[in-house]
Design a protein around this ligand. Structure first.
Ligand code: 13P
Ligand code: SF4
Length: 298
């Protein structure tokens, strides 16, 4: 049995759609109906006419899809594909922080229950826009402290990170020394990185953006060599799809959780319609407000 063909057949029979993140492996991206960053996947999930959504990404992405589509079947191939950053900001921490009286922006990489406590959601693609859209010159943002730093730099507003040192382990590995080393070897290369990288790395780069914003930069750039500071799946996608350019990882870094969605698991999930993403109704309603507010703003 040719697994890819079988998945495509099942997809048509069941009126299902496969949404895949930029970090997914090539074979999954090849059978996906849509590939994108967190914001694009949320938008796509909000407008799909399919009856079933198979979310090839990590838990918070599939949960966002389920929150936006309470009447559809949302499936995640691997139940263990859980972004560890979400655990850094439990809902009680959001409630506690909000006592300071500032608006709380929650990064989409978070639990649904934490989104339910926040005022508005953001992704790496729209964090600055969301900060700008809020009244006042001080806001709080978590769990990623590097994204908070980035939004503060872009907007000039004070962005308090909650917790103070929330991070992604995949992006934490990039160092300023990596940038010096690559600049000396490839002086004409452009260096592009994700806002989950630390502030030194962001400042020394030519462009900072979400995974899809980096993809578009790579398409439009005149540079022959582009060095990319993010998870390896996006860099492999760029190398496969963008002709005539060389893409180098700033340092090879893999998100183990993202890679748990294997092709055979996607097949079994769609065949059996299992691994259904279910959110408590009250939590989902309140989290939906934060997500919809974000979609309106951006
Ligand atoms: P993007 O929203 O930029 O795709 O990022 C998601 C993510 O998990 C980054 O680590
Ligand atoms: Fe979470 Fe980092 Fe993996 Fe993104 S790359 S899903 S933030 S662990």
């Amino acid at each position: 049995m040719e697994l890819k063909k079988e998945i495509i057949r099942l997809k048509d029979d069941k009126n299902a759609v496969i949404l895949a993140h930029n970090y997914q492996n090539a074979d999954i991206q090849e059978i996906a109906d849509f590939i994108g960053d967190s914001l694009e996947l949320a938008r796509e999930a909000a407008k799909t006419k399919a009856d079933i959504i198979v979310f090839c990404g990590v838990d918070f992405m599939a949960e966002t899809g389920a929150i936006l589509n309470p009447d559809k079947l949302v499936l995640i191939p691997s139940r263990d594909a859980r972004c560890p950053m979400a655990a850094q900001l439990p809902p009680e921490r959001v409630r506690e922080a909000k006592k300071a009286g500032y608006p709380f922006i929650i990064y989409v990489n978070s639990y649904a229950a934490s989104k339910a406590e926040a005022d508005i959601c953001c992704t790496s693609a729209n964090a600055s826009k969301v900060v700008e859209a809020l009244d006042g010159d001080t806001v709080m943002l978590g769990p990623d402290a590097n994204l908070a730093w980035y939004a503060e730099k872009e907007t000039g507003k004070r962005v308090i990170p909650v917790p103070s040192h929330g991070y992604c382990y995949v992006h934490k590995v990039f160092r300023i020394e990596d940038i010096y080393a690559i600049r000396s070897r490839h002086p004409d290369a452009k260096i592009i990185v994700h806002p989950e990288c630390n502030s030194e790395v962001q400042e020394a780069s030519d462009f900072v953006g979400s995974t899809s914003q980096m993809y578009r930069y790579a398409v439009e750039s005149d540079a022959e060599v582009i060095v990319v500071g993010t998870e390896i799946g996006l860099i492999e996608r760029m190398q496969r799809e963008i002709e005539g350019k060389t893409f180098l990882p700033l340092r090879a870094s893999t998100c183990i959780e993202m890679k748990l969605n294997k092709l055979d698991v996607v097949y079994k999930t769609l065949l059996n319609e299992n691994n259904i993403v279910k959110i408590n109704e009250d939590v989902a309603l309140r989290a939906k407000r934060s997500i919809e507010r974000m979609l309106e703003v951006s």
